[in-house]
Design a protein around this ligand. Structure first.
Ligand SMILES: NC(=O)c1ccc[n+]([C@@H]2O[C@H](COP(=O)([O-])OP(=O)(O)OC[C@H]3O[C@@H](n4cnc5c(N)ncnc54)[C@H](O)[C@@H]3O)[C@@H](O)[C@H]2O)c1
Length: 252
């Protein structure tokens, strides 16, 4: 049995993930961590990972950047593999995650869905062919409760496109602050917030008289929970290293 704990268990993702973990025959949901306990989790909920008395095989984190340090310290001190899905982490926090992966296994993805990770492969291919003659813009849409903008996924897509091109791409957010024409080596990134949109990411390649748009739409949070479960199973037996969805996909 893989002994799992969820950080942020009372959040929207935490609830969906709890159900997904409970559905796995090879997993046991040992406990959760959260700043409050609604008493409906069917497992102990501790304020912080350091309060957990049991040895865990993996902690899955869908919570808030404010909790990041506590999770990493717990992973390091107990040698517990971590799945980090929380978005909005600072560059310093991302650096800390890479450092930690020298001692423990760390799985990080700003988007746990298989579809978004496939979209990234497709847009990298498209960028190779189209960049130079087509402008690249990313438009992301999320529900009105989301705190960070642009989404971690939009940034992840921009980084992957940028790394695949020889030019150094500049990210331009929303375009309201400067009145000037767009440069070629730019990726425009735009955030829309409203209603209950689970998550949509569109990569638009706009050329002369033609446009290509590649879009991923999430209609339920379950796709992220499924990815979180897959990541947990993948990483639970690893001792150290930094992993992402690419590693899970290439091992399927
Ligand atoms: N990587 C992915 O595929 C993926 C998919 C969906 C969501 N996410 C990310 O997971 C995180 C959680 O998403 P959610 O929709 O469940 O959010 P949510 O706001 O519903 O839940 C956040 C949880 O963190 C807890 N928390 C503890 N300390 C907090 C603090 N200081 N401020 C705010 N919350 C605090 C809250 O109590 C809550 O249980 C977000 O960062 C979100 O962007 C990642």
């Amino acid at each position: 049995m893989i002994k799992v704990a969820i950080n942020g268990i009372n959040g929207k993702m935490g609830k969906v993930l709890s159900a997904a973990v409970r559905n796995q025959e090879d997993m046991e949901l040992v406990c959760g961590f959260d700043i409050f306990d609604d008493g409906n989790n069917g497992c102990p909920v501790y304020k912080a990972p350091k309060d957990c008395p049991e040895k865990l095989d993996v902690v899955i984190d869908f919570s808030h950047p404010a909790l990041f340090e506590g999770v990493v310290e717990y992973g390091l001190s107990t040698k517990t593999p971590l799945v980090i899905a929380t978005t909005g982490l600072s560059p310093e926090q991302k650096e800390k995650m890479v450092e930690a992966s020298k001692e423990i296994a760390v799985f990080h993805s700003a988007n746990m869905s298989l579809g978004v990770n496939l979209l990234i492969d497709l847009v990298k291919q498209a960028a190779q062919v189209l960049y130079g003659n087509f402008d690249i813009e990313i438009i992301e849409k999320h529900h009105n409760q989301k705190i960070d903008a642009p989404s971690g996924t939009a940034l992840m897509i921009a980084d992957e496109i940028s790394d695949s091109l020889s030019d150094s791409m500049q990210y331009v957010y929303d375009r309201h602050s400067v009145r000037k024409k767009r440069e070629k080596a730019e990726i425009g990134i735009h955030a829309v917030r409203g209603g209950t949109i689970v998550g949509e990411h569109e990569v638009l390649f706009a050329g002369k008289d033609e446009m290509i748009s590649i879009t991923h739409t999430a209609t339920s949070k379950e796709i992220f929970a499924t990815g979180g479960v897959r990541a947990a199973r993948f990483i639970a037996s690893k001792t150290c290293g930094y992993y992402s969805m690419k590693d899970v996909i290439s091992n399927q």
